[in-house]
Design a protein around this ligand. Sequence first.
Ligand code: PNS
Length: 169
Amino acid sequence: MASDQRLAVYPGSFDPLTNGHVDIIARGARLFDRVVVAILLNPGKQPLFSVEERITIVREVFKDTPNVEVDTFSGLLVEYAKRRQANVIVRGLRAVADFEYELQMALMNRHLSADLETVFMMPAEQYTYVSSRLIKEIAALGGSLTGLVPESVEARLQRRRHMPAVKSV
Ligand code: PNS
């Protein structure tokens, strides 16, 4: 990518992608030349969706937005951003509750890499209470997710709910 181009990395677990994430990615795509949705490979966590599924979901949702791409990373985010020659890390800020954790991460990342800037973006109001954690809980308990996640995520969650549980012996 040419050095005058603004490349933003939007890192996260995206397990699953919510409409809050979609809103932030769309805003980022309008602000920056390119947005890389960077899915953390975290061997310490047992995700609901495999990395491959999460990649497919982002690709499906942003198939008509050519300046959004999806990638995976492991290790330090600042090292990944450096490899990608990104100028910016994008994070969404929903409510005050997010602030402390996000401030700590942003300042630590700045300590590690002074020329990488974290840009916070607020999602549309209707997504300020949406989180992947709550989405998984509502899905497991059979609640409606309409309007909270992309349709492909909703369909995948529904399919999972109707799959017979694996019995442990
Ligand atoms: O969606 P999440 O789980 O809130 O995203 C957290 C993420 C992936 C942004 C954060 O855990 C991260 O950057 N992990 C990579 C390891 C790293 O760089 N840690 C130091 C952060 S200050």
